[in-house]
Design a protein around this ligand. Structure first.
Ligand SMILES: Cc1ncc(COP(=O)(O)O)c(C=O)c1O
Length: 373
């Protein structure tokens, strides 16, 4: 069986153009961007070029971009950095129940430090109701953090509406856009966000690099204290190698037209599954407000992990996790109130630039063999 990769939401391969851009920094271009001499100035120029490429994708100024070690660090800096910078004002954070652990875990950490957090519910499609955000705001609220698109089901949140509510109340607004950047529009002014997270390895850059957009004037306490790198927001000599990779990837995904082919393939995949399985297959997530590459489907009365095991060589993710000897529904599907006999059979297929129609045909044919009642 040839291996088939349908797990682009977990990680993407490094694009060849990204690898080419990074190559000089593995060889001769080793300077420290903070050094004053020739080796430093060329490194600094490369770092600033990368910063400008990230900024261009997000529609912001280069000095509003902070390079991080990935999406997790960017989320931690946004949330914990806000908590420590604004604790004179209050200690209440609003987020959603279906955030990535890189948002939920810092929230739980801050609860241990005396903060309070409202975890908003979502509907059956995984959407937050902006009116729930409005109702949750108190005089103590310092931050609203709602993800742009969910990693498991791909549901896109009404970020612009939530952003308008945040602005009306003068509350800082963060979105984790790790899954949406490079797949749908992510211009910060259009979204109305003050902080936005990106993760390199979801958009054809390497793992271990990401960035946080920080709107001008937004004060953050650094997580890593030290010298004044990244305008004092994150100490540590920048990896020009990784930043260059992220910059080149951002330049690559500026053009969203390849997503249309991916969307068409994804929709064909879903149609083919419906044709074969009828009401024994259920779509998880929003029908239209969903990432164009993501198809989270449940095979009713099956266990997703069992199906994936039988789909030997197909890389995809399940919606359930094994805890000791019990299989549990993913917290995202549980928050969406997906019934257990449906949720247990969930598989997330996420397509990307290298996915072909023959791979999709192959997977459909193999699913038809193994998942028939
Ligand atoms: C929505 C979301 N946020 C954050 C992250 C974490 O990013 P990283 O792996 O770069 O730390 C991920 C990665 O799975 C993600 O899907």
């Amino acid at each position: 069986m040839r291996p088939i990769y349908l797990d682009y939401n977990a990680s993407t391969p490094i694009d060849p153009s990204v690898a080419v851009a990074m190559r000089p920094f593995l060889d001769e271009a080793f300077g420290n961007p903070s050094s004053e001499h020739w080796a430093g100035t060329s490194a600094k120029a490369a770092l600033e070029k990368a910063r400008a490429q990230v900024a261009s994708l997000l529609g912001c100024e280069p000095n509003e971009i902070v390079f991080t070690s990935g999406g997790s660090e960017a989320n931690n800096l946004a949330i914990t950095g806000t908590f420590f910078a604004l604790n004179r004002k209050g200690a209440h954070i609003i987020t959603s129940a279906i955030e990535h652990p890189a948002v939920l875990a810092p929230c739980r950490f801050l609860e241990r430090l005396g903060g309070s957090v409202t975890y908003l519910p979502v509907d059956r499609t995984g959407r937050v109701d902006p009116e729930d955000v409005r109702r949750a705001i108190t005089a103590q609220t310092i931050l609203i953090s709602v993800m742009h698109a969910n990693n498991e089901v791909g549901t896109i949140q009404p970020i612009e509406e939530i952003g308008a509510i945040a602005k009306e109340h003068g509350i800082r607004f963060h979105t984790d856009a790790a899954q949406s950047v490079g797949k749908i529009m992510t211009k910060v002014d259009k979204l109305g966000v003050d902080l936005l997270t990106i993760a390199g390895h979801k958009l054809y850059a390497p793992k271990g690099v990401g960035a946080l957009y920080v709107r001008r004037g937004v004060e953050l306490e650094p997580l890593v204290h030290g010298a004044g790198h990244e305008l004092g927001r994150r100490a540590g000599t920048e990896s020009v190698l990784l930043a260059t990779g992220l910059g080149a990837a951002c330049a690559l995904v500026q053009d969203l037209t390849p997503m249309e082919r991916i969307r068409t393939l994804r929709d064909r995949f879903w149609q083919a599954l419906q044709d074969r399985f009828c009401d024994r297959v259920v779509l998880n997530g929003h029908n239209t407000e969903r990432l164009p590459n993501t198809l989270n489907v449940s095979f009713v009365d099956k266990v997703g992990a069992d199906l994936l095991r039988q789909l030997d060589g197909v890389a995809a993710s399940t919606g359930s996790a094994c805890h000791s000897d019990r299989i549990e529904l993913s917290p995202v599907l549980a928050a969406m109130n997906v019934p257990e006999r449906i949720g247990m059979g969930a598989i997330r297929f996420s397509l990307g630039r290298h996915t072909t129609s023959s791979e999709i045909d192959d997977v459909v044919a193999r699913l038809a063999k193994i998942a028939s009642p």
